[in-house]
Design a protein around this ligand. Structure first.
Ligand SMILES: Cc1ncc(COP(=O)(O)O)c(C=O)c1O
Length: 458
């Protein structure tokens, strides 16, 4: 049966149609950093899938019934029950977004000098570990290094390496194992249930808490039903619940799979950890039954958490991602294989071999997409992951020069994605014309959000 989108637009937002000259001027003003562009100068915004989705009519309707009382509001209980349908932990605490959840939970689990082991720490996650004076160590599985292979679970953590570290002298410093599902920092690749089970056994054997960074728990669950032996007949919510059962705690930005513009949760089994988090939340976010969120948002989240595990919705999401990947591949641009759900990762290093990593090919391709088509995307290469010296020269490059085209949920249709494919095809016809970049200003922390750059002429 052909694929049918399971929703239509009920309210629409016009998008700006700009000229190349306008876009050149905007990029100059933005210091050639797409994060600095005003959104009303961006036609197709693939910078992030976070908080950028469309809400449903049911989310709107329930939001009208919000209970905004300070403590114990009905909206909180509806949110908490929806989280608990998937996350089988006693303690559920709302916070305003994922990085607040990270800051609060890591405050309870990581001291100065501690180590956090992960398949890959997302950028804010890494920053929150490091701001505690702890070390964020990434241990992606070896299969992740081959961008072109069709290994289905490149998001897995390297369990043998985790075991080796926990059996050695560093054991006492390891404060948590954090598995990011799906692995946003590494191609949006999913984590298998077998991998979660294996790492949870190692974590329990060594008494280290296993935490899920579960921003895309439903998308990971969907890919498990599609790719992992034994789960074909499970529903996405059954898989998600099973995944959380392997863990001791979770943080989740609900700006992704909560289908909401804001919100997150911290969920833990251990009452003492919950207690420490609660004190921090009351002091910095809000009372424990709202955590900085309005009742309006809590209601939207309660509905969104149920809509996101609908197999028809997830099948549509897979269809969109596959469509965009196919358009990019037809344009002659390689993508990280196999494609996940929330984004397509383009191999900019391979498309622009005339640019060395020190000329930031990922940034160059992202800039070309904006210049030529008003499309905004995020670099995930040496600008994001490499290290620079005091003159802003690259001293150690990232392993790959990628850019991420993130797909906002329920927003763009095939005609928008086809347009992206056409702009990519135009760039790919003459890749040698794409200039490299030099960095003119590079803050030490969270550089890619705040840096400025300029094209290298000639
Ligand atoms: C895997 C992962 N963890 C944490 C975060 C941070 O969440 P938030 O943007 O809600 O602070 C993100 C955001 O993109 C993410 O992708």
């Amino acid at each position: 049966m052909p694929h049918l989108r399971p929703f239509v637009s009920a309210v629409v937002r016009p998008i700006p149609i700009t000229t190349r000259a306008e876009r050149m001027r905007e990029m100059d003003l933005a210091g050639h950093n797409p994060f600095n562009l005003p959104a009303d100068k961006v036609s197709i915004d693939l910078l992030s899938d976070s908080g950028t989705g469309a809400v449903s009519i049911d989310q709107q309707a329930w939001a009208q019934r919000a209970d905004e009382r300070y403590a114990g509001a009905e909206s909180f209980y509806r949110y908490r029950d929806a989280v608990r349908e998937i996350v089988p932990f006693e303690h559920v605490l709302p916070v305003h977004q994922g990085r607040a959840a990270e800051r609060v939970l890591f405050g309870a689990l990581l001291g100065e000098g501690a180590i956090s082991l992960s398949n890959t720490h997302f950028d804010t996650t890494r920053a929150n570990v490091e701001l505690r004076g702890a070390e964020a160590r990434d241990l992606p599985c070896p299969e992740a290094a081959d961008l072109d292979s069709d290994f289905p679970f490149k998001g897995n953590i390297d369990v043998a390496e985790v075991e080796r570290i926990l059996s050695g002298p560093e054991r006492e410093r390891v404060g948590q194992i954090l598995v990011t599902v799906t692995n946003n920092g590494f191609g949006g690749q999913p984590v298998s249930m077998a991998n979660l089970e294996a790492v949870s056994e190692v974590a329990r054997a060594h008494g280290v808490p296993l935490i899920l960074d579960a921003a895309r728990f439903a998308e990971n669950a969907w890919l498990v039903t599609r790719r992992e032996q034994g789960y074909q007949d499970w529903t996405p919510s059954e898989v998600a619940r099973r995944a959380f059962e392997f863990a001791d705690g979770a943080v989740a930005s609900l700006k992704k799979d909560g289908l909401s513009p804001e919100g997150a949760f911290i969920a833990v089994r251990d009452g003492r950890v919950a207690d420490r988090c609660e004190v921090d939340i009351i002091a910095t976010e809000g009372f424990r039954t709202y955590g900085g969120l309005t009742g309006h948002t809590l209601e939207q989240l309660a509905v969104g958490l149920r809509e996101v595990v609908d197999p028809n919705y997830l099948a549509d999401r897979e269809n969109e991602a596959a469509y965009l990947a196919a358009r990019a591949n037809q344009a002659g641009v390689d993508t990280v294989q196999p494609s996940g759900l929330h984004a397509i990762y383009l191999n900019a290093g391979r498309l622009l071999p005339h640019l060395s990593p020190s000329q930031f090919p990922g940034h160059a391709l992202a800039s070309a997409l904006y210049r030529e088509g008003g499309i905004r995307a995020a670099e995930l290469g040496s600008l994001y992951l490499g290290s620079l010296d005091e003159n802003n020269e690259l001293v150690s490059p990232a392993p790959f020069e990628l850019i991420r085209l993130a797909l906002p949920r329920r927003v763009y249709d095939h005609s928008h994605l086809e347009y992206v494919g056409e702009v990519l095809a135009d760039i790919a016809k003459d890749p040698g014309a794409v200039p490299g970049y030099r960095i003119t200003h590079a803050p030490k922390v969270l550089r890619h959000f705040r840096c400025r750059a300029e094209p290298i002429e000639g």
